[in-house]
Design a protein around this ligand. Structure first.
Ligand code: MG
Ligand code: MG
Length: 252
């Protein structure tokens, strides 16, 4: 088995990641402000691209293994790696948006979910998204010096199970830095005390990816978009940051 190689970051590298995170937060704010019924996924992608360009940074996903857009959009039954297109949003849609920003060669990576038109348009989906976000925050709370990757996974899994939902286990969080994806994998399930030990200077992305029904999935012919096999909803939330003396400092 190959040994995992975890790159600890210098304070200078962490400062660049924090800056990348601030730009990503600006892009998220601009996207959240425009997401409403009648808007297309391409229009949201264009706004993210504009904010990233205005801040003299680079999109982290565009061109990554050939990915064609700035953001990933996951609508309703889409699980991960959805490609924005000209589909028009409707009230009650469940939309997850994942975005990456590169500043001085260092990556930011974070995702949010919204109910298009407001939570009251689909309380079942709002409850689902709230549970996945709660699982993310429970995982982040375990990301502290001396804990292990398994502590994060166990905390996420407990919240998702309590909600009655299913983790799509093949998709994981990860180390992040000079590369969008670095060691270690941050599984969304696990056993406390197991896996890589968390130390100061690790920079990680935590991202529960959860199915409302069965966790089986398939990839569409575009080679990217992953959807649930049963056609039911999926949802993703993601934060990234650095592990320091006060736990995980979230950058976006
Ligand atoms: Mg992401
Ligand atoms: Mg990620």
């Amino acid at each position: 088995m190959a040994r995992s190689k975890i790159y600890l970051k210098t304070p200078q590298e962490i400062a660049c990641m924090k800056k990348a995170g601030l730009i990503l937060q600006k892009a998220q704010k601009a996207m959240k402000a425009m997401i409403k019924p009648g808007v297309t996924l391409d229009e949201i992608d264009a706004v993210a691209a504009e904010v990233i360009a205005q801040n003299n940074s680079k999109a982290g996903f565009l061109g990554y293994h050939g990915f064609p857009k700035t953001i990933c959009t996951m609508l309703n039954n889409e699980v991960v790696h959805g490609i924005p297109d000209d589909r028009v949003l409707k009230a009650g849609d469940l939309l997850s948006v994942d975005c990456g920003v590169i500043w001085e060669g260092l990556n930011a990576d974070a995702a949010f979910t919204v109910i298009v038109g407001g939570e009251e348009t689909n309380p079942k989906r709002a409850k689902f998204s709230a549970c996945v976000r709660k699982a993310l925050l429970a995982g982040c709370a375990q990301a502290k010096i001396g804990n292990h990757v398994g502590d994060i996974g166990q905390a996420i899994e407990a919240v998702v199970r309590a909600g009655g939902y299913k983790i799509v286990r093949d998709f994981t969080g990860h180390g992040v830095g000079h590369n969008l994806h670095e060691d270690p994998y941050i599984f969304n399930y696990g056993v406390a005390g197991k896996g890589a030990k968390l130390v100061e200077g690790m920079t990680i992305a935590i991202e529960p990816i959860v199915a409302m029904g069965k966790p089986g999935y398939k990839t569409l012919k575009d080679g990217w978009t992953v959807v649930t096999k049963d056609g039911q909803d999926a949802c993703q939330w993601e934060h990234f940051g650095a592990i320091g003396p006060n736990g995980l400092e979230i950058f976006a």
